[in-house]
Write a protein that binds this ligand. Structure first.
Ligand code: KG4
Ligand code: ZN
Length: 333
């Protein structure tokens, strides 16, 4: 079969990104323009500001990607774009750009689910061996997904309230760490010691999670310490929080690996960059004889490379979209 080049676009949240992916697993060129600095001063992503900045950047990001690869749009076999889940206005910018390029260069259009993209970021790490499980941990999702084949997703557990990424960001905010607090909390967790006792949330036999209680527990802890005239040790809090978060994610994932007799685990989503989680799951998978695929750090948070990897499956199955494609902000796997 001839080589397949997919031009992929991602704009679901606060990263404007484009990428050229060869045969679904080779990253030829990727550009990611993050708006994090703009949103940090508001303590989170402001949807209208995100859309406006995507509009400003999208053409530049597309052109830069082609330049980086030393390729032309004519060389592409298809144009892929994220159509959900995410922010409506932000998704719209990417979708309209993809439609315009597909129309102008007469290329087929492929719609991609952002969460499938996070899972398919693992295509850059190795071959999928089915049936497999994927632990999907991001700013919007915390789910255990069973896959019996390519693009056959079955959710076996998910969070009942906040995602683990949200919990990281909210706890970070309580102690004055700017948005998104996850990456810094992770670094601090490796410096501090476990000195605060936080409850292990939803420590039961189900595959569901709950992270809103742990955030309230941290707020209460900080408040109580203040009333006693004590300063919170931020590093120790980060260690204590990370231990609890990693513990519950690992515990439920390991249980599912055993119950479903799985030989491969994929880690996916922004929180899969977390060193504590990566180390702990590596250890547990080693013990169980399960292969762990984890994306390189640059593929953990939002990027268009993962969208190109996921789109390849649609391409080989001749699944294309028409120009009626619209954002689906609450799209499920
Ligand atoms: O997947 P992502 O880039 O965006 C969504 O699709 O949600 O995930 C962003 C989330 C944020 O909550 C961020 O704090 C978290 O991933 N995150 C981390 C780390 N790196 C990113 N959380 C914990 N430890 C990290 N190293
Ligand atoms: Zn994401």
């Amino acid at each position: 079969m001839k080589d397949v080049y997919i031009f992929a676009i991602e704009s679901s949240c606060d990263e404007t990104s484009a990428s050229i992916i060869k045969n679904g697993k080779e990253d030829i060129a990727t550009v990611i323009l993050s708006q994090i600095d703009i949103h940090t001063k508001f303590g989170g992503v402001v949807p209208e500001i995100a859309s406006r900045n995507h509009t400003k950047s999208i053409t530049i990001v597309i052109e830069e990607t082609l330049k980086k690869a030393n390729m032309k749009m004519e060389d592409m076999d298809a144009i892929a774009v994220t159509y959900g889940p995410g922010l409506n206005g932000a998704l719209l910018v990417g979708i309209e750009a993809a439609k315009a390029v597909a129309f102008a260069y007469d290329k087929p259009l492929i719609k991609v689910n952002h969460m499938a993209g996070h899972i398919y970021a693992n295509k850059f790490a190795g071959e999928f061996k089915f049936p497999l499980l994927s632990l999907v941990v991001s700013g919007g999702h915390t789910e255990i997904i069973y896959m019996e084949d390519e693009f056959k997703f079955k959710r076996i557990g998910s969070t009942l309230d906040d995602s683990v990424g949200e919990a990281y960001d909210k706890v970070a905010r309580v102690v004055g760490i700017p948005y998104p607090g996850g990456p810094l909390m992770d670094k601090m967790a490796h410096v501090g010691k476990h000195s605060y006792n936080l409850p292990l949330p939803k420590n039961d036999d189900s595959y569901d999670f709950s992270f809103s209680g742990i955030k309230s527990a941290v707020i209460n802890l900080v408040h109580n310490e203040k009333q006693r005239g004590n300063e919170i040790n931020k590093e120790d809090l980060a260690t204590s929080f990370q231990e609890v978060a990693v513990d519950i994610l690992t515990k439920k994932t390991v249980k599912a690996l055993k119950e479903y007799n799985i030989k491969q685990l994929l880690l996916a989503g922004g929180v899969s960059a977390n060193k504590g989680l990566r180390d702990r799951l590596s250890e547990e998978c080693n013990k169980l004889g399960v292969e762990l695929l984890k994306p390189e750090i640059k593929y953990c948070t939002d990027n268009a490379s993962m969208i190109g990897a996921a789109a390849y499956e649609s391409y080989i199955n001749n699944e294309f979209s028409d120009y009626k494609l619209e954002p689906n902000p609450s799209l499920d796997l």
